[in-house]
Design a protein around this ligand. Structure first.
Ligand code: ADP
Ligand code: MG
Length: 261
């Protein structure tokens, strides 16, 4: 469905951030992309969504294809309208001074049809909490509620493929669990999902396949179940590997030493 071919991206002409990334997204799947802070995950999504130029970034090599045709260089609104690709940016971009319902209404800007009310109902079916808060200003909503709203707004564009940028960031584990189970339901309703996460455990548990990126390169890929079992993934992203335990012990020793001082 979506193919990224040898993508190289620089910021301000000189800062090289993606160094030749290739990956495929199959229709109907949940694809997980994990990587540490600064690995280039957001840059990848910005590039795909046609937003990299807003950040003074450039695709200097490679291509991005949706259903076989290149979308490189198309503008974000075009990519959304023509290909049904919608990007939910990190940091929960919602309009703070509008109510939850007004936010959903604003997000339907790209539509000409008259089904906005029905679609809002559909969003409320997925996110019951948004229905109960519909007349509350988004700025007063919690982080989890704002993330649900951001995804709800994306749903108002009737996406075929949703790119989600670290939706679990800063959320309590229970809220993350709820959010991810809704993401899974969205996928089951037919929306292809690309989920970028640092929370590797939660993400790989709902994902089908995954890629690991480090400093703008793919270092590992495979089925989500296999990545969950992979030693390096466990060590660096799940914090349960052998080395992690060693460093935990080191930390305890350090504390003891400090107490003596
Ligand atoms: N607009 C920008 N201008 C310059 N450097 C940027 C810009 N945006 C991101 N970067 C740099 O690109 C690298 C990758 O960032 P990003 O794609 O946000 O990574 P991630 O989402 O994996 O944390 C980081 O070193 C970051 O500082
Ligand atoms: Mg990011």
């Amino acid at each position: 469905m979506l193919a990224i071919e040898n993508l190289r991206v620089v910021y301000h002409d000189v800062i090289s951030v993606l160094n030749g990334i290739s990956l495929d997204v199959n229709e109907g799947e949940i694809l997980i992309i994990i990587g540490a802070n600064g690995a280039g995950k957001t840059t990848l999504l910005r590039s795909v969504a046609g937003m990299i130029d807003f950040y003074d970034g450039d695709i200097i090599e490679g291509d991005i294809k949706m259903e076989g045709s290149s979308i490189k260089g198309l503008d974000a609104a075009d990519i959304m309208k023509r290909y049904g690709l919608t990007y939910v940016m990190e940091d929960r971009p919602v309009f703070w001074y509008l109510t939850i319902e007004e936010n959903l209404g604003a997000a339907s800007f790209s539509r000409w049809d008259k089904h906005v009310k029905t679609d809002m109902e559909e969003v409320y079916e997925y996110f019951a909490v948004l229905r109960s808060l519909r007349n509350k200003r988004a700025g007063y909503a919690s982080g989890g509620e704002q993330q649900m709203l951001a995804i709800g707004m994306a749903l108002m564009t009737k996406p075929k493929i949703l790119l989600l940028d670290e939706p679990s960031l800063g959320l309590a584990p229970l809220i993350t669990e709820e959010l991810f189970s809704i993401i899974k339901k969205l996928n089951e309703s037919g929306i292809t999902i690309v989920l970028v996460e640092q929370n590797a455990n939660a993400a790989l548990n709902i994902g089908i396949r995954g890629y690991v990126i480090e400093t703008g390169r793919i270092v590992l890929d495979g089925k989500a179940v296999d990545l969950l079992k992979n030693e390096d993934v466990r060590e660096f992203y799940l914090g349960s590997g052998e080395k992690e335990r060693k460093s935990y012990k080191d930390a305890k020793r350090y504390k003891r030493r400090k107490r003596w001082l």
